[in-house]
Design a protein. Structure first.
Length: 436
């Protein structure tokens, strides 16, 4: 369950709040093995408690009386309380994600065998007029064999989501490039199985020669080109992301669990043009190739070069998008925060400063725990950016502005400021002058 920290986030979660034990007697303390009900209920209670505490603090309720007359102390106390509650939400979210993955592998098998059943039903319907053929038998046996292999793979990778394990990236999100490559690989494996079974069942030498001719490169060049290209892109994108993360040119924050929307969105859940066009165009091409295989089961799918070129263009756009996304956080300016009626003055110890820039909140770090992990290094002192709540969200920190106090431990003089984001990426230094 994602936790919305923007305005209106509390209303979005009000419908999903747990009011008691989950159906079947499960609760947040459930210990029945792989059952996700306990983890889900515990996470919902943690989210409900956090949202209630955040909105109470935003309305001025719940502050200790001793801190009521000290804005700085009360802000720090509120931030510490919310940070602790955010850690509890993050821990329960990770537990829910792990339990969900352990349960998911059975659902992937339902999809596999439902597809096999749909293929059998389609063959029975289309055979009413044309009759049953060797190609239909080969297709059914190939589907059963592929289903058995996928079932074994799902059981082997059960703790990692079953059949989804190969397409889950290092950031615990579904990878668009891996999903597309897996789609083409599955189509190629199924097509080769069908041809092999047809070849085994043919008794005529002429029919066998015709089938082998269907494997000629000139017939399958289009589909082989697309298969090689998408597999290479899956490997290339993984390398590109890894190198850019290590070089601090891309910020990645681990997700609690993968979601289907990851195939079409960026890490923050916003629609990504590069991912959408790559997934959709390849899905259309796979469907087209599958139809060609069904119409001409005696040869590998003949993918027209026009459609193959369309996939190539889509792939180039996707790779270019991966190179263009992200970037380092940057400090553009630092100014003294001024309250209404306050006099203009230089920066002194105890003053609040506004750090203005870009990229302070990487995609996927807009959760309360991600906000609480943002740190500013002022000289040799590390200052955790205080969480400032408002009803339905937070006004500090934001992606472009951070407000922090200058600690008394900072020595007067020229001081360098750096921001460390939740992804662990540090900005270049920005000098300021702190006076006595």
């Amino acid at each position: 369950m994602a936790l919305d920290t923007t305005r209106g986030g509390a209303a979005g979660h009000g419908h999903g709040q747990s009011q008691g034990p989950a159906p079947g007697g499960h609760d947040g303390g459930c210990t029945c093995g792989d059952c996700p009900h306990g983890a889900r209920a515990g996470h919902r209670r943690a989210v409900t408690a956090f949202l209630a505490k955040r909105d109470d603090f935003a309305a001025g309720r719940g502050l200790p009386g001793a801190l009521a007359h000290s804005p700085g102390a009360s802000r720090q106390w509120v931030s510490d309380e919310l940070a602790q509650s955010a850690r509890t939400v993050a821990e329960s979210g990770r537990a829910e994600g792990e339990a969900w993955l352990r349960r998911l592998w059975r659902r992937t098998l339902v999809v596999v065998w439902a597809s096999v059943g749909a293929l059998l039903l389609g063959q029975l319907i289309t055979a009413l007029g044309a009759g049953w053929t060797l190609a239909r038998t080969a297709g059914l046996i190939a589907a059963l064999a592929a289903g058995a292999l996928l079932t074994a793979a799902a059981r082997l990778h059960g703790p990692r989501g079953g059949l989804l394990a190969p397409v889950i990236g290092e950031d615990n999100r579904l990878s668009t490039s891996r999903a597309v490559a897996c789609g083409w690989v599955l189509l190629a494996v199924f097509a080769v199985l069908v041809l092999a079974l047809e070849l085994a069942g043919m008794s005529s030498a002429a029919d066998r020669r015709t089938l082998l001719a269907g494997l000629d490169l000139k017939r399958a060049a289009g589909v082989l080109t697309v298969l090689a290209l998408t597999c290479a892109v899956a490997v290339l994108v993984r390398r590109v992301v890894s190198v850019r993360v290590q070089g601090q040119r891309l910020q990645k924050v681990r997700a609690d669990r993968p979601r289907a929307a990851d195939l079409l969105t960026d890490d923050a859940g916003r629609g990504s043009f590069a991912d959408v066009q790559y997934a959709l165009l390849n899905a259309v091409a796979v469907v087209f190739a599958g139809v060609r295989l069904a119409r001409q089961p005696e040869q590998l799918p003949d993918l027209p070069w026009g459609l193959a070129l369309l996939v190539v263009i889509s792939t180039a756009t996707y790779v270019a998008g991966k190179y263009a996304e992200g970037g380092r956080p940057t400090i553009l300016s630092v100014v003294r925060a001024r309250e209404v009626g306050d006099l203009d003055a230089p920066i002194r110890n105890g003053d609040d400063i506004e750090i203005r820039g870009t990229g302070f909140l990487p995609s996927g770090a807009q959760t309360p725990h991600g906000l609480a992990r943002t740190v500013v290094r002022i000289g040799t002192v590390h200052v955790h950016v205080p969480l400032v709540p408002v009803t339905g969200g937070f006004v500090n920190p934001t992606d472009t502005v951070l407000t922090v106090p200058v600690p008394v431990d900072v020595e007067p003089g020229r001081v360098e400021i750096r921001v460390v984001t939740a992804a662990g990426v540090e900005t270049d230094s920005y000098p300021i002058d702190v006076v006595d």
